[in-house]
Design a protein around this ligand. Structure first.
Ligand code: BG6
Length: 461
C-alpha cells in the first residue's frame, strides 16, 4: 500500500475516554457521588431516555478486555480520566484504596500492553461533597483540586508521564452557569466568570505542583478550540467573531499557554460588572505556571455574524450579546448529529497555535463523529461506519498539512474508544471504535477500528 500521508515518527495514535462516561460502578468500589450521580437522582428526565451514569460500558470490570481491544486498534497511547470522587470520595482528605488499586491496575495493564497512559484529572465530574461547598465558585475547591492533583501525581506519577489538568474547562462554565445543560443549572454570567477564573487558577496550581514534584513528565490542559469564522470581512462580522473567540477559546487558551488573560476580554467582563473575585498572587501564579503541552479537541467550527438585533437590556448578560450564530449556505453536515463538518478547522487551529502561542507542543486529543441509531449500519455483525472513516481521514489530511507547515502536533486521539454515556445525551450518539451492547456489555469492533489499526501500523495512509 502506498502511503500518501506519512506522519512523524512516534506519532501518538489512540483514543480518549472519561471516567464517568465509561467506568460505571458509580455506587461501588467506595466511590463518592459526583454532580452527575446527584443530578440524575434528582432529575432523571433531563437525561436521554432517562439513562443515568450507572449505565455504562462498565470499564471498571472490563478494563482488561478493553485494553486488548485497544491493542487490536493499534493504539500506542490512550487517555483516561481519574474520577475525583472515586479517588477521594469527599473530594478532600481520605484516599479510597479500592480506587488506587483500580487505577494502578489500569495503568499497569496499559503499559504492559505497550500503550502509554495519558491521564486527565477532571472531565466535568465535580465531587458532590465539593459542589455542596460551591463547586468552582469556591476558592476552597481550588485548594482541594491542588491537593487532589498532588495526590494523583504521588500515587501514579512514577508510571504516568503525560498529565492533563482539565478537559474542556469552558464546558462546565457554559453548561453549569450559562446555558443550563450541566448541574447546577445556573444562568448567571458573573458566577460563570468566577467558575472559569477559579478553574484556570486550579489548573495553574496543579501545574505548579507537578513541576515542583520532581517528576520528569509533562503536564498540559485539553481545550475544545472552536475557530470562530465570521460571515464576512465586514468589520461588524469580524468584531463578532473576535469576541466569540475571546469568550470560548481565548478565555482558557491565553491563561493556560501565555499565562495571562486577553485585555479585551477583561474589559468586556468589567463593563458588565462580572469580574470575578481574585486573590493576591494569582496573576503571578498564572504567569509562572503555563502548560507544557496542549490537547486540542475539535468537532465543528463556530460561525458567527454581527447581531441582527440589539440584545434585550432586561435579559441576563450572555456572550451572545455580541454575536449571532450563522448558518453558512452550502455547509456540509454530519446529518446524524446535526453538526457542521469542516476539516480545515484543524489546520486553522494548528496554525493559530504556531503563530500566536509559541508553537506549543500539541496533539488532537478529541475528534470524532457522533451518530444516532448507529445500529442501522450493522451488517455482517459489524457496524459499517464508512462515514467515520471518511471523517477521520479527511481531518488527518489537514493535520498532516499542518505538520508539513510547521505545526508541533504530536498525535491524534479519536473520541472515543468505545460507545459511551455522554452526559445528558446518555447513549444517544455513538462515537466509539468499539460498539457496545448496553444491556449485555458485549463489545464489537466497528469497521473504523480495523481501518485505524492499519493507519497506526503504517503511521499514515
Ligand atoms: C466532547 C466531550 O466535547 O463531546 C465528551 O469531551 C462528549 O465528554 C463528546 O462525550 C460528545 O458529546 P455528545 O453531546 O455528542 O454526546
Amino acid at each position: 500500500m502506498s502511503i500518501n500521508y506519512r506522519f512523524p515518527e512516534n506519532f501518538w495514535w489512540g483514543s480518549a475516554t472519561s471516567a464517568t462516561q465509561i467506568e460505571g460502578a458509580s455506587e461501588i468500589g467506595g466511590k463518592g457521588k459526583n454532580i452527575w450521580d446527584h443530578w440524575y437522582e434528582t432529575e432523571p428526565n433531563r437525561f436521554y431516555n432517562d439513562v443515568g451514569p450507572e449505565t455504562t460500558s462498565d470499564f471498571y470490570h472490563h478494563y482488561k478486555e478493553d485494553i486488548q481491544l485497544m491493542k487490536q486498534i493499534g493504539h500506542n497511547t490512550f487517555r483516561l480520566s481519574i474520577s475525583w470522587a472515586r479517588l477521594m470520595p469527599d473530594g478532600r482528605g481520605e484516599v479510597n484504596e479500592e480506587a488506587v488499586t483500580f487505577y494502578n491496575n489500569v495503568i499497569d495493564e496499559l503499559i504492559d500492553n505497550g500503550i502509554e497512559p495519558f491521564v486527565n484529572l477532571f472531565h466535568f465530574d465535580m465531587p458532590m461533597a465539593l459542589q455542596d461547598k460551591g463547586g468552582w465558585e469556591s476558592r476552597e475547591v481550588v485548594e482541594a483540586f491542588a491537593e487532589y492533583a498532588k495526590e494523583a501525581f504521588r500515587l501514579f506519577g512514577d508510571r504516568v508521564s503525560k498529565w492533563f489538568t482539565f478537559n474542556e474547562p469552558i464546558v462546565p462554565v457554559e453548561g453549569g452557569y450559562l446555558y443550563d445543560f450541566h448541574y447546577p443549572n445556573v444562568v448567571d454570567a458573573k458566577r460563570a466568570a468566577q467558575v472559569a477564573y477559579h478553574t484556570a487558577v486550579a489548573s495553574a496550581k496543579a501545574v505548579e505542583a507537578y513541576h515542583g514534584s520532581g517528576q520528569q513528565g509533562k503536564i498540559g490542559i485539553i481545550l475544545n478550540l472552536t475557530p470562530s469564522y465570521p460571515r464576512s470581512q465586514n468589520p461588524a462580522d469580524l468584531r463578532a467573531s473576535r469576541i466569540a473567540d475571546l469568550f470560548f477559546n481565548r478565555s482558557f487558551l491565553d491563561p493556560s499557554v501565555l499565562g495571562e488573560y486577553p485585555q479585551e476580554l477583561v474589559d468586556i467582563i468589567t463593563e458588565h460588572g462580572a469580574l470575578p473575585a481574585t486573590h493576591q498572587g494569582d496573576k503571578e501564579l498564572l504567569k509562572a505556571n503555563t502548560v507544557d503541552i496542549l490537547g486540542v479537541n475539535y468537532y465543528q467550527p463556530r460561525r458567527v455574524k454581527a447581531k441582527e438585533n440589539l440584545p434585550n437590556p432586561y435579559g441576563p448578560f450572555l456572550p451572545e450579546w455580541y454575536f449571532d450564530h450563522y448558518e453558512m449556505p452550502g455547509r456540509r453536515m454530519n446529518i446524524y448529529r446535526g453538526w457542521e463538518i469542516y476539516e480545515k478547522g484543524i489546520y486553522d487551529i494548528m496554525m493559530n497555535l504556531k503563530d500566536h502561542y509559541g508553537n506549543i507542543e500539541s496533539f488532537i486529543s478529541e475528534n470524532g463523529m457522533g451518530v444516532q441509531n448507529e445500529d442501522r449500519f450493522l451488517e455482517g455483525g459489524e457496524i459499517q461506519d464508512d462515514y467515520r472513516i471518511d471523517f477521520v481521514r479527511e481531518h488527518l489530511k489537514w493535520l498532516h498539512k499542518a505538520i508539513q507547515d510547521g505545526s508541533n502536533a504530536k498525535g491524534y486521539h479519536m473520541w472515543t474508544t468505545m460507545d459511551n454515556w455522554s452526559w445528558s445525551n446518555a447513549y444517544k450518539n455513538r462515537y466509539g471504535f468499539i460498539s457496545i451492547d448496553v444491556e449485555t456489555k458485549e463489545r464489537t469492533l466497528k469497521k473504523s477500528a480495523h481501518w485505524f489499526r492499519e493507519v497506526a501500523d503504517n503511521n499514515g495512509f
